[in-house]
Design a protein around this ligand. Structure first.
Ligand code: SF4
Length: 102
């Protein structure tokens, strides 16, 4: 998950910085909030969503995908072609109707 601040909208209240100082910071020159992480750690997803919902001018946008290449080891290998196995192994013959009941 990523998070961005629309710096044209930011009202410099500093609320997000107070809530998550490791994720947001304010520029010293004008107080506009910036994001200081490339991707949001899983443990902070809920807190970042809360901060976004509490921004008084809705300047914080949460992006659910990790579009960057900062996330190591996130690619799964493709599955092996086991599905190509033949289904002939199961030869269940029950020619029937003979259940032994009287
Ligand atoms: S809470 Fe919103 S308006 Fe306040 S500093 Fe953060 S992004 Fe800017």
């Amino acid at each position: 998950m990523r998070v961005v601040v629309d710096q044209d909208l930011c009202g410099t209240s500093g609320q997000c910085v107070l809530t998550l100082p490791g994720t947001f910071r304010q520029r010293e020159s004008d107080g506009v909030a910036e994001v200081c992480v490339a991707t949001v750690p899983q443990a902070l997803h809920a807190a970042v969503k809360l901060a976004a919902s509490q921004c008084p001018v809705a300047a914080i946008r949460v992006i659910e995908s990790d579009a960057g290449d900062d996330e190591p080891g996130s690619a799964d290998p493709p599955p092996s072609p086991l599905e190509a196995e033949r289904h002939a192994a199961r030869d269940q013959r029950h020619p029937g109707g003979h259940d032994g009941t009287v």
